[in-house]
Design a protein around this ligand. Structure first.
Ligand code: SF4
Length: 297
């Protein structure tokens, strides 16, 4: 019998596209904040993405890595899952977001205008959980979302470059959580040795709008800025985001609060990167402990 997404995830607010698949939608905290008229996430500041009109989703719950800093639980990862057709995901997306947000309607502070706007989402962040390239029809899904007018952000750990090469999102993110293979193995704990695949994915970035995401975990991967700089330089990615690890979710069972860097540490690391590659700090958001660098040459 096929394993099914776990009930704990439903209790955490995951809305599954079908009962047997693990394609799911879950509004992020920034979406809810924005709905209440509050501030939006740093992607609004950096790239103009409106948080309350952004659907956070995943087509799979499986992953090729077991990163220590991941906020998800590895126990909830299904061994196998029902493959949901891309058109069904597309059709259900707005309705699932609506269902997920319906509880906020009567909450004091939700502005009617933002609630109305939230029911017509414009952006899709394929970043909720798991590694999206494990969904075999990802390129097709991204194309369908694009054709429907969504701005798509695809976040990958870079372990399956052969799939990424066929994806054409509005912006491609590849995570780079280590400057060398040893740190990668210790921190990201790949199921197979996929360091070379990550490097290959980085090399795909120059031909498209793209961002490298460095999740900085104090005491683990906040070293060798010259190596990160060289990898970014070779990639040709337009942006590099250095983001401090947040001591949240299930990562608290694997790491310590001390592994969460202050914004000043993140900023200082980004300044070192500037010295080793053709990237300059473009913007920063201290509340999210993130600094955005942009390529200048
Ligand atoms: S690659 Fe992403 S989803 Fe997979 S374990 Fe690492 S942080 Fe979690």
């Amino acid at each position: 019998m096929r394993s099914r997404p776990c009930d704990p995830l439903r209790r955490q607010g995951y809305q599954f596209v079908t009962p047997g698949s693990s394609a799911a939608v879950k509004p992020c905290l920034w979406c809810v904040k924005a709905l209440k008229g509050g501030e939006m996430c740093y992607k609004h500041q950096f790239y103009g993405i409106e948080s309350h009109r952004c659907v956070q989703m995943t087509p799979t719950l499986r992953c090729t890595q077991r990163c220590l800093f991941c906020w998800r639980s590895f126990e909830h990862e299904p061994a196998e899952e029902e493959e949901c057709p891309p058109h069904l995901i597309l059709e259900r997306l707005a309705a699932l977001q609506k269902r997920a947000l319906s509880g906020y309607k009567p909450v004091q502070g939700v502005t009617p205008e933002r609630f109305r706007e939230a029911l017509s989402p414009r952006h899709v962040a394929i970043s909720l959980s798991g590694e999206p390239t494990l969904y075999p029809r990802l390129p097709e899904l991204v194309d369908l979302l694009d054709a429907r007018g969504y701005t798509t952000f695809l976040v990958s750990n870079g372990t399956r470059p052969e799939v990424l090469a066929r994806c054409r999102p509005f912006q491609l993110y590849v995570s780079l959580a280590a400057p060398d293979p040893e740190t990668y193995r210790r921190l990201c704990r790949p199921k197979e040795d996929t360091w070379e695949q990550v490097r290959e994915s980085l090399r795909l970035m120059g031909s498209r709008r793209s961002a490298i995401r460095i999740t900085l975990v104090q005491g683990w991967n906040d070293h060798s800025p010259e190596r990160y700089g060289a990898l970014a330089q070779d990639s040709g990615a337009r942006f590099v985001e250095v983001k401090g690890y947040m001591y949240l979710g299930y990562s608290r069972t694997r790491l310590q609060r001390e592994n969460m860097p202050e914004h000043g540490h993140v900023r200082a690391f980004a300044e070192e990167l500037e010295e080793h590659a053709d990237y300059r700090i473009r913007d920063e958001n201290p509340a999210s402990r993130v600094v955005c660098l942009e390529r200048v040459a």
